[in-house]
Design a protein around this ligand. Structure first.
Ligand code: PGA
Length: 256
């Protein structure tokens, strides 16, 4: 089955408003009318509306880097799914490793966010991935299985068409270390098998599984060439339009 490639840029806590809008405009210009790949950018939340305006009518969707699981109320500093939609977001990245390991989100919190975001009509990119010591202790499959199972609790097979999984080994994020394509493929295949157990073969075959962790134009081709790697969640390299577009082009090249 051929799944569409989905490449998303996670800008994290970088840029100022002018820089974010400039990057968005540069992307729109360079990406043009490419139709082979689904695209999204996730700017810092305060710049989402401005970036949304800059990418209007382009091929790129607007994503949030996080979301809270309540509609409104006394949750200082948090942003709801309805608020995200209000400023033009169609996607939310949830369970990113920096939120899990720096901010302290648990699998249960991530699950509440996933269920709420889908209920609010947002598409979800659910991030999973093991720490270095977990990989070295041979715990990768256990950790990722728990993150997928708990993260998707209460999500139906039908709703899975709005879910992308991003496998991001934490030791490869922002470190310049990339998982070997075969190493990544092994985990992607494991995740797809797990989704098959949870949702059946059809849903698991249709689910897009992105890889993330130091993806750049020079390594994107071999990663995206793996049978179960259907896209990329890009951090550092998404901050330069030419690098992000280089990754998109590598993906298109490999699919031809
Ligand atoms: P990186 O980040 O590409 O800078 O490693 C990826 C991510 O955290 O999504």
């Amino acid at each position: 089955m051929s799944r569409r490639l989905f490449i998303a840029g996670n800008w994290k806590m970088n840029l100022d408003c002018a820089g974010a809008v400039g990057l968005a405009k540069g992307l729109v210009e360079q990406i043009g009318s490419v139709v082979e790949v689904d695209l999204a950018v996730a700017p810092p939340m305060v710049y989402a509306a401005a970036v949304g305006e800059a990418i209007k009518g382009s091929r790129s969707a607007l994503a949030a880097q996080n979301m809270f699981y309540e509609d409104n109320g006394a949750f200082t500093g948090e942003v709801s799914g309805a608020m995200l939609k209000d400023v033009g977001c169609t996607h939310a990245i949830l369970g990113h490793s920096e939120r899990r390991h720096v901010i302290g989100e648990t699998d249960e919190m991530v699950n509440r966010k996933v269920v709420k975001a889908l209920g609010d009509g947002l598409k979800v990119i659910l991030c999973v991935g093991e720490l270095l010591d977990q990989r070295e202790a041979d715990k990768t499959a256990d950790v990722v299985t728990t993150q997928v199972r708990v993260g998707l609790e209460g999500v139906s097979a039908g709703a899975m068409s709005d879910v992308t999984i991003a496998y991001e080994p934490v030791w490869a994020i922002g470190t310049g270390k990339t998982a070997m394509p075969e190493e990544a493929q092994e985990v992607h295949a494991m995740i797809r098998g797990l989704l098959g157990d949870m949702y059946g073969v059809e849903a698991s075959q249709a689910t897009v599984i992105q890889y993330g962790g130091s993806v750049k134009p020079s390594n994107a081709g071999e990663l995206l060439g793996q049978p179960d790697i259907d896209g990329a969640l890009v951090g550092g390299a998404a901050l330069k339009a030419t690098d992000f577009v280089g990754i998109v082009q590598a993906g298109i090249g490999i699919r031809k």
